[in-house]
Ligand binder design. Structure first.
Ligand code: CMP
Length: 139
């Protein structure tokens, strides 16, 4: 994993509402290249492992339930300064606090159903990418 990559998931609310296309359009129009991508569904153990850092938070059970409630799109994205620029593009975790024009402001409905995930560090981008993709699935 190079330091110009980040990892994202389009969450079940995005897929349910038919927003895969509009969100990917916004991501690529913002200069990100799709390095790897798949439509998949997390199992409960998958979601518990992916979000293990939040296991003691009061919202953990709801988060796992929600993230396993339907398909997601997992993707690795490439751009200079990818982690920081992608977090700017998606906006605040709570869409009510997200800036105008950000993906969460445009497509998310609540802090739990917030349309997209974006890695919060290069280290986590690498770990999260490896959770979903093998090296030969990255282009
Ligand atoms: P994400 O960026 O995927 O990382 C962890 C997720 O936990 C976060 O997006 C939110 O969807 C969810 N989350 C964070 N804080 C809260 C909260 N206070 N209540 C419910 N869900 C939360």
């Amino acid at each position: 994993m190079t330091n110009n990559r980040t990892f994202t998931m389009l969450k079940p609310d995005s897929i349910e509402k038919g927003n895969i296309g509009p969100i990917l359009e916004k991501i690529t129009a913002s200069g990100f290249r799709i390095v790897a991508m798949k439509l998949t569904q997390l199992t409960i153990p998958d979601a518990q492992a992916f979000y293990a850092v939040h296991k003691d938070r009061p919202f953990f059970e709801d988060l796992v339930h929600y993230m396993t409630s339907g398909p997601i799109v997992a993707a690795i994205l490439e751009k200079d300064n990818a982690v920081e620029d992608f977090r700017t593009l998606i906006g605040a975790t709570n869409p009510a606090e997200a800036a105008e024009g950000t993906i969460r402001k445009m497509f998310a409905e609540s802090i739990s159903q917030n349309a997209v995930h974006g890695s919060d560090s290069e280290e986590n981008a690498s770990i999260e990418s490896a959770f979903h993709f093998s090296a030969r699935e990255m282009f």
